[in-house]
Design a protein around this ligand. Sequence first.
Ligand code: LLP
Length: 421
Amino acid sequence: MDHFLYRDGALFAEDVPVSEIAAQVGTPFYCYSTATFERHFRLFDEALEGTDHLICYAMKAASNQAILKTLAALGAGMDVVSGGEYARAKAAGVPGDRIVFSGVGKTYDEIHAALTGGIRQFNVESEPEMAVINKVALELGVRAPITVRVNPDVDAKTHAKIATGKSENKFGIPISRAREVYAHAASLPGLEVIGIDVHIGSQLTQLEPFRLAYEKVAALTEELRADGHNIKRLDLGGGLGIPYERSNEAPPLPVEYGAMVKETLGHLNCEIEIEPGRLIAGNAGIMVSKVIYVKEGEDRKFMIVDGAMNDLIRPAMYEAHHDIVPVVEAEPGTEPQAYDIVGPVCETGDTFAKARNMSPVAPDDLIAFRSAGAYGAVMASEYNTRPLIPEVLVNGDQFAVIRRRPTFDEMINRDTIPEWL
Ligand code: LLP
């Protein structure tokens, strides 16, 4: 459930008409709902009630400072995957002991910054990385808390580009080698081994792959404890999917996920960490765009809108479906028409939907792409010298621009001209 609902045929973000924001901010733009962020965070929190847990929001999904502050105020930790994300989390006031550092290629500088600024743990992805973390920790005279990300070799049954838990993927160390790698970690004086990490992929629409992975983690916990390691924390990653196509998708709910976590891992008395991104942010955001033209092709109608693949790349990159709805609903009984909904970028891939049934639209009508809060704004680019679009946060009957649209001059003036020109 989210807080983008129609009132008398007009789409609202919480208590604000979306058309009012469009009139003030211009299109296209991202619009987020505070109440939806909060609701989704609480669903996970409640799902894990009774277990010692921390929800580390995977901020790669949507990392605007205002969003981070909204979640941090509820007690969220952050899962970061770069020095930039670490800096963003700190800038939003998240304490270091609530920040976990994931990612396959942490550099010396990133590790140094995190160890200096404070970190809950590094989720280590390889032995060479382990060696660098050990080295930096010794240089700083500290011990770095670590888990090792194990790759459980399970099929997440999701899009190939976002599956991470099969042995062919670049992530983690094979679970079959875990005992050997943990023994090595324990021998390094700059490291403190505290737990196990696993993340098998994103947009999972079934619980079974999670269950298989977590059962393997449970068995490994017992083995590693028997080997003398102090395994007290399990980081279970993110990945729970959301209904992108509301009419026919119903992925498992956080409460069902939480029950399965307790069932598979509860007996181990470990602190549980999860790293949800999409489920918290996805349906907390929409992208609002304006129709520029309707063009009659030979056998189809093109709806050409002012948002494009550079603003929301998911359809072009993953063939992802986003529900697309009018900001002002048509009169009941209006016959829908099939549109190819496309942006103005000079690529055929700049297509959001093909033969999508919508009520008829005319130039200047507003449309909204639903479920665009996660991996939307953060994956945008300035391709075709299109400015990064603004982000707006709604809270009840208030809204604020939380990132403004840059001017063309600002974009152009970031380039510098060498002396010889
Ligand atoms: N933890 C780790 C280590 C991850 O790699 C990810 C996502 C998450 C947590 C959060 O997963 P979530 O709960 O959001 O599924 N750009 C793609 C999604 C890439 C996900 C990458 N890793 C998309 O637009 O679908």
